[in-house]
Design a protein around this ligand. Sequence first.
Ligand code: URA
Length: 233
Amino acid sequence: MNMDATRFQIIRDIRNTLCYLKQSGCSGFDCSREQLEKLAHLGASRPDEPFRKETLTAIRDALGDCTRCPLCHARTHIVFGEGNPDANLVFVGEGPGADEDRSGRPFVGAAGQLLTKIIAAMNLSRELVYICNIVKCRPPGNRNPEPGEIRRCVPFLKRQLAAIEPRVICSLGSVATRTLLDTDAPISRLRGRFHEAMGIPVMPTFHPAYLLRNPDRKRDVWNDVQQIMKILT
Ligand code: URA
């Protein structure tokens, strides 16, 4: 290898390592989108050579017929996520319910229909955004996923987010929000303002299933998603 090739290879290795650490949730150094883009530009042997990101298909292949946690035993389908692989906006829910487990698709039950209406009210469609969950298999009886189950599953979500690189994430409900923001704070205190995960702005809001039980909170959710719409336009 000549000197230039060696230098480019080192820069690529640094960038890949930073990406990997970022996807694994490491912080404490600057792996913001801007810095990673700078490194990608420096590391290209030709200025127009793009950095190859992991694809959603490769991540789905890596997940395989997952048996990494006990949720695999009762599931019918893995619910990987669906939508636009280049989405500007990703919705992250908690985990599949009965309808999602049956169909293999996220947010297709009653809560999902409300989410679809919220997305339409934002002048978007399910095909334009990406929809996924913290865990990809249904927790029996719709209980909350346990910390060990989340720990096993969330690296795949982070790889999906790194592949999509959305401009905004909307976390739905307390499990998604607390996991992404790594906090124990209640959703009522976190919602309504932007936070950050993996260098991406995160807007927490109430889960659509909670809205079905508490329709008076729809106004709050509308305020939250309007802030997202401002970022996107
Ligand atoms: N609730 C969730 O959190 N995710 C789904 O996919 C469906 C319902």
